[in-house]
Write a protein that binds this ligand. Structure first.
Ligand SMILES: Cc1cc2nc3c(=O)[nH]c(=O)nc-3n(C[C@H](O)[C@H](O)[C@H](O)COP(=O)(O)OP(=O)(O)OC[C@H]3O[C@@H](n4cnc5c(N)ncnc54)[C@H](O)[C@@H]3O)c2cc1C
Length: 397
């Protein structure tokens, strides 16, 4: 179909968690003339690869607040989005004890239910854990993990029920402007969709769309490998672990297997890929390195084996934090991208923030100042960074 379409007033580019959460949030506020355009299928980007970990542990207060605001939705939806409230632990070595204490105090100040725990308590939560090199841990009993695709589909269903339309297999090729405001988008087949507001939620691919308007969104595509490990015996629901000593994270997967991801980003430059064509299996060297770390942390597994591996791509801005803001001085143009491997747990609150920006012109949550997420911070040299970064794992928190 080609020609002009005088349809929706708000177009959202990208049918991942973020675009769909925004569609859900806008339609909840009564903005129902919303169209989501997805070039492939819903959740086919980074969302479909997400480990789905839910926790409020961030070094940036506004992100911790967003994660905490998002948690009640996971609790409410429960099995509908595969939420398993296993609890969540961060483990640190001596060098990061002060940072962990400071971050935990900051979280408690925001109302997050979290406590510092010693190795005895840690071992009682995770009996198979080797804790000799762990100096301190924090424990969020309400954390856990859920299924990102199911959450994205939940958002899409809510948005549709509230009036939004969603088109799949439709690629946006260009954002259109008229004077200093946005006027719509052009699709791959030449069709023009007119709009007053265009929200770019296309992950890494957002950069190419914005470049067409001369707007620079610095973002890298960083490949992240995951292993599924069979422990050799069924595992009960055990807390998710962010192991900042060995730089890995892990959680139970399915009926008692174990998902292991990498938190060591020291070789960042060597893992940049084309997100439209990258290897979907872990390399031999990575498997060996990650398996060694798993065996160190869980020496008691009776008969561990790697059952399969896969890989996903993070969209990573220079400070590893997203842009959620009007951009480029173009009226009606909003960007929500660059979630760098941590957008799942905050996706409900991201939708709400974008709805605030569109409807109210600012954040309505005093713990989530809109200025934190401006694009200009990169050019101004004021990145959004952790107040209490962890040595060796500064990027993710
Ligand atoms: C391996 C991995 C593990 C992760 N684990 C966690 C975790 O444990 N906890 C957590 O909080 N976060 C995690 N994340 C991060 C989280 O999953 C992402 O931040 C989130 O899913 C990003 O959603 P998105 O909508 O921004 O991007 P995407 O899901 O990538 O969606 C963008 C969409 O835009 C579409 N698109 C692109 N260009 C166009 C175009 N021109 N026209 C139309 N559509 C277009 C794409 O097809 C895509 O579907 C993980 C991510 C990965 C990759």
């Amino acid at each position: 179909m080609t020609g002009r379409n005088t349809g929706p007033k708000t177009v959202i580019i990208g049918g991942g968690l973020i675009g769909l959460s925004i569609a859900r949030a806008l339609t909840e506020r009564g903005i129902t003339d919303v169209l989501v355009l997805e070039r492939h299928q819903l959740a086919s980007g980074g969302t479909g690869k997400s480990s789905g970990i839910v926790r409020a542990h961030y070094g940036v207060p506004s992100l911790a607040a967003m994660a905490w605001r998002s948690l009640p939705l996971f609790e409410k939806l429960g099995a509908e989005v595969g939420f398993r409230q296993t609890g969540y632990c961060v483990l640190v070595g001596e060098e990061n004890v002060e940072a962990l204490k400071a971050n935990t105090a900051m979280h408690q100040g925001l109302g997050v239910e979290v406590d510092l725990i010693d190795n005895d308590r840690l071992s009682s939560l995770w009996p198979m854990l080797h804790v000799d090199d762990v100096a301190l841990a924090s424990y969020e009993p309400r954390g856990g993990f859920a299924d990102a695709t199911q959450l994205a589909l939940h958002f899409s269903q809510r948005a549709r029920e509230q009036g939004a339309r969603i088109r799949q297999n439709v690629a946006v090729t260009r954002i259109l402007t008229s004077g200093d405001r946005v006027s719509g988008v052009e699709l791959a087949d030449g069709e023009v969709v007119e709009a007053d507001t265009v929200i770019v939620a296309a992950g890494w691919w957002s950069a190419g769309l914005l470049a067409g308007l001369g707007i620079d969104f610095p973002v890298e595509a960083y490949r992240s490998e995951l292993l599924i490990v069979d422990a050799g015996e069924p595992l009960p629901d055990l807390p998710v672990i962010s192991d900042l000593v060995s730089l890995q994270y892990c959680r139970v997967e399915g009926a008692g297997q174990f998902l292991v991801g990498n938190s060591d980003h020291a070789d960042f430059g060597s893992k940049l890929v084309d997100p439209d064509g990258y290897s979907n299996i872990a390399g031999e060297a990575s498997i060996e390195r990650y398996a060694e770390k798993v065996m160190h942390r869980f020496p008691g597994f009776p008969d561990p084996s790697v059952t399969h591996t896969y890989a996903g791509v993070y969209d990573v801005p220079p400070d590893w934090n997203p842009v959620i803001a009007p951009v480029g001085g173009v009226d009606g143009l909003v960007l929500a991208a660059g979630f760098a491997g941590h957008g799942f747990k905050i996706s409900p609150a991201v939708g709400d923030l974008v709805a605030d920006l569109v409807v109210e012109g600012d954040s309505t949550d005093p713990d989530v100042p809109a200025r934190d997420f401006r694009l200009e911070r990169f050019a101004e040299g004021t990145p959004l960074t952790s107040l209490h970064p962890y040595a060796g794992a500064g990027e993710m928190r």
